[in-house]
Design a protein around this ligand. Structure first.
Ligand code: ADP
Ligand code: MG
Length: 241
């Protein structure tokens, strides 16, 4: 069941000029938990992931990984400590084939050196995401969901402590969506710790143990997924007032 705290934010804040994109946000994610980070467009979800991964420096507040402060560290160092992510817009290395992209994730996460061991590991991860038969394909030949699988595999290859998924299901057709949700279920069953930024309600309901809800940069609710999705303030934030 749930273990110790993997990620904790205390008063995390990010300002862009006069805009407070993330406003004094605090929450914790526990080991083996799938936490939904939800809220309307522009509410600060991606920026929050950027603060955790170190892609952006926080203006204020503290972020810790397993009790160790990571606030202000370069993104590379945070990745090596075990924070992996996918991006809202898929970013693959276009000069490399599928398995090389995944190997790059293992090397970037500092778990493997480039070579046979990284390749063996990458093959295993490609099995997990259902891409074993496309290991040697060029990334430009892939369908959209397969590019997303590669990106996920690359993140997993670094054997992260926590996986940050930024609308990983967005843009999938209904068949792909079912496959995509199944895949995240598999990761959940493996006991991975995940922060899931997502709009697809079926996915949130079936995958998330707990949710944090953001609106205009602020945390407006948190609790079990059922609690949060029936909270009138959350419903109001989604419908707009
Ligand atoms: P969400 O992911 O919840 O849709 P974002 O975190 O992307 O929201 O954005 C939150 C707010 O911060 C939005 O108003 C967005 O325009 C703004 N924002 C995000 N990134 C930047 C940036 N790099 N520079 C300036 N404003 C930004
Ligand atoms: Mg976003």
């Amino acid at each position: 069941m749930m273990g110790g705290t993997v990620i904790s934010l205390r008063g995390a804040t990010k300002q862009f000029g006069g805009l407070v994109a993330v406003d004094n946000v605090s929450f914790e994610v526990r080991e083996h938990e799938v936490m939904g980070l939800i809220g309307p467009n522009g509410s600060g979800k991606s920026t929050t992931l950027n603060l955790i991964s170190g892609a952006l420096p926080a203006t204020d507040g503290d972020i810790a990984l397993k009790g160790q402060e990571i606030t202000g560290l370069p993104a590379r160092d945070i990745a090596r400590k075990g924070v992996a992510r996918t991006f809202q817009l898929v970013r693959l290395l276009p000069s490399m084939n599928v398995i090389e992209n995944v190997m790059a994730g293992a090397v970037f996460g500092h778990r493997r050196r480039w070579g046979a061991s990284a390749e063996r590991h990458a093959k295993q991860v490609l099995e997990t995401v259902g891409l074993a038969d496309k290991a040697k394909a060029h990334t430009s030949q892939l369908t959209y969901i397969d590019t997303k699988r590669v990106e996920l595999a690359r993140a997993l290859a670094g054997e992260p402590e926590v996986l940050l998924l930024d609308e990983w299901l967005a843009g999938l057709n209904p068949t792909e969506l079912t496959e995509g949700i199944d895949l995240i279920h598999r990761l959940r069953d493996e006991g991975r710790t995940i922060i899931l930024v997502e709009h697809v309600m079926d996915a949130i309901r079936s995958l998330c143990d707990a949710c944090v809800v953001m609106s205009s940069g602020k945390k407006i609710a948190e609790g079990t997924t059922d609690e949060v999705l029936s909270d009138p303030e959350v419903i109001r934030a989604y419908l707009g007032d």
